[in-house]
Structures are given as C-alpha cells and as structure tokens.
Design a protein around this ligand. Structure first.
Ligand code: SF4
Length: 336
C-alpha cells in the first residue's frame, strides 16, 4: 500500500479544511469500501480525512414528520430504527438486503451512497478502465458483462452502482444536506450520482471537498406501503442482479393514486423509473398495467451480450413488487 497522510477531523469545517488544503484527499467513514480499494491500489489518496468522529450520527424527526439521518449513522442502526421500519420499510429492507451483518455494523449512511462500482475490471489494475484510469478504455465492453448495466450506459463505461440503500432513497425522494467549501446546499438524492457519459471517472455531482452531512426523508405517505425486492445469485452478501424499490398508494376505485419506483443493479446510478410511473399513475392497479409500465421503462434498455436476462428479470420483479403492494391495500374479498 502507498504511504498516505491521516487527519482525524472533529468538526465539519475542520474536515473540509483538511480535505481542501492538499491534493488527492478522501473522506474516510466506515472504510468498508475505500480501504479495500486502497489495498488493491485502485484508490491512492495522499491524505485520508477521517470523519467518523463528526457529530453526524443522529436520527431525528423533522418538524414536517420526515426523518433526518446523520451521514455517520451505521447501516445496521438505520435498518433497525423503529421509525424507519414502520414508516419507510423499503429503506430498512434495502439495508438488510445489502452486504453482511459485520459490514452493516461498520458502513455509514454517507459512505453507502458513495461506494464505488464492483465492476471486476475496475478493481483489476492489469485491465483498462476509464473509471479508474481515464482514457485507457473499458475492458468490460469485450469482457464478461453479466453483472453490468443495461440502462444509462455510454461507450466509455457500462458499470452498475452497487448500493441497495440508494435505490430505496431514490424511490423515497430523499434529499441530501451537503457541506462544502462554498457552504451548505440541499441536493435531491436522484441528482447525486452521474451517468458516465464521456467522464465515468466522476461518480457523483459533488464538488471537491464537499461531504454529505445528512439524508432527509420526506414524511411517509399515509396508506402507501413500500417494499424492496432484490434478485441475486445467493441469499445473502451478494450484489443485486436487479432490485426494485417501490411505494404505491391506491385510490378507493382501485386506481393508482401515487407511485414511486426505482430499479437497482441495472444502471450506473439508482434508476428512478419515471416512464413507468407515468404509465401507472391514474391507471387500474392490475397486473396488466404493472407489466405495461415495467415494459415501457425497460424499452430503453441496451443489454450487453451476457446480460439481456436483466430485462425480463427487472420486468417480472417490478410486476411482482407492485402486485404485492396493491394486494396489501385491497380489502379482503367477502367470504361466501
Ligand atoms: Fe471500468 Fe466502467 Fe468499463 Fe468497468 S464498465 S471496466 S468500471 S470503464
């Protein structure tokens, strides 16, 4: 491993100052992804700014009835929080579907959002990778593409974003509080991650020195159950082949009053399925509508040689998730 400097920050301004005062600094939270990448030689920061002691570890109700989650809240604590489990079950389920118990105990909310792709070529220094070394090419295009993206890709990069939690936050319309050298700003979580375009080396829209201080959930919509479903190669400790985060509210006439749908494992960022939401809103909540909505969203897919299976998998997973949420809201049929 290359030598690097280490600064333990006690306040947010101190952390930002330490990050911006020298080149190639990185913030260190739980370290569950960054330290691994440093061991592989993929990440080579000159300085680590340890933000784990910052006072960003609270989960608090907002005056509007939402929830403000500090960036240092551990994934385990967030998944188990009673308000999260009852008000925003999609978030708790997504967290519990990710990683292992040990990793969830160490990983933070901010770090989960900022984890990097698990594209195997990104982690292999012997392979060309535009995300790791801009301008070198993309080994995945002619390589093993089963786990890679089908939506939002570019000729420069076809990697997926690995976070489950971020997919749930995209479906919840969460907002981020971002602190940086220019002050504080609020950023919708759907605007945090970039599509690769010609610059896959830039994962996010954060400016140099900016750090995520908190995630805010809007108030949970009454009567709109939510859920997260994940298809993966084994039952635990595996990244999503495809995942679905959804919240659905039906009207008294059985039509869709409100829906929010996001897909994971299919794109370089959590994929908010806006085309599907347009089809669903106001339509009858039945399997035919759910299928038409999912197929409309997936019509934009551009599969690679090994991952065309993700199109029907995402379609079926979305249909099943929406059907379960609809069934949970319908009154039971009267018994003869
Ligand atoms: Fe690198 Fe992206 Fe290509 Fe993977 S898909 S090798 S991360 S450029």
């Amino acid at each position: 491993m290359k030598p690097f400097g280490y600064v333990r920050a006690r306040t947010v301004p101190e952390a930002i100052e330490a990050h911006t005062s020298g080149p190639a600094a990185r913030y260190l939270g739980g370290g569950t992804n960054l330290v691994d990448l440093m061991k592989l030689g993929v990440e080579t920061p000159a300085t680590l700014v340890d933000i784990s002691a910052l006072p960003l570890d609270a989960i608090e109700e907002t005056p509007e009835g939402g929830l403000r989650i500090g960036a240092n809240v551990r994934n385990s604590d967030l998944a188990a929080h009673p308000r999260v489990r009852t008000g925003w079950p999609v978030l708790s389920q997504a967290l519990l579907a990710g990683a292992s118990g040990q990793l969830r105990n160490a990983a933070t909310t901010g770090g989960n959002l900022l984890q990097r792709t698990r594209c195997p070529y990104f982690q292999d220094l012997a392979q060309p990778c535009n995300k790791r070394a801009p301008g070198t090419g993309c080994a995945a295009l002619a390589g093993h593409s089963r786990d890679l993206a089908i939506l939002g890709t570019s000729p420069s990069c076809v990697a997926t974003h690995p976070s489950d939690m971020a997919v749930a936050l995209a479906a919840l319309d969460a907002e981020l509080t971002v602190e940086g050298p220019e002050g504080t700003r609020v950023l919708p979580v759907t605007e945090l991650h970039r599509l690769p375009g010609a610059h896959p080396e830039r994962d996010t829209t954060l400016a140099p020195g900016e750090l995520i201080a908190a995630v805010t959930l809007p108030p949970a919509t009454a009567g709109a159950p939510s859920a997260y479903r994940k298809a993966r190669d084994r039952a635990s400790y595996a990244f999503a082949l495809v995942s679905v985060a959804a919240a659905l509210r039906l009207g008294p006439d059985g039509t869709v009053q409100q829906v929010r749908l996001a897909l994971g494992g299919v794109a370089p960022r959590p994929w908010r399925a806006l085309r599907a939401e347009d089809v669903l809103t106001g339509a009858r909540a039945d399997e035919e509508t759910f299928r038409r909505a999912a197929e409309t969203e997936l019509a934009q897919a551009e599969p690679l040689p090994d991952n065309a299976f993700k199109v029907p998998l995402a379609t079926e997973l979305a249909v099943a998730t929406l059907a379960d949420l609809a069934t949970a809201q319908r009154a039971p049929e009267p018994q003869p």
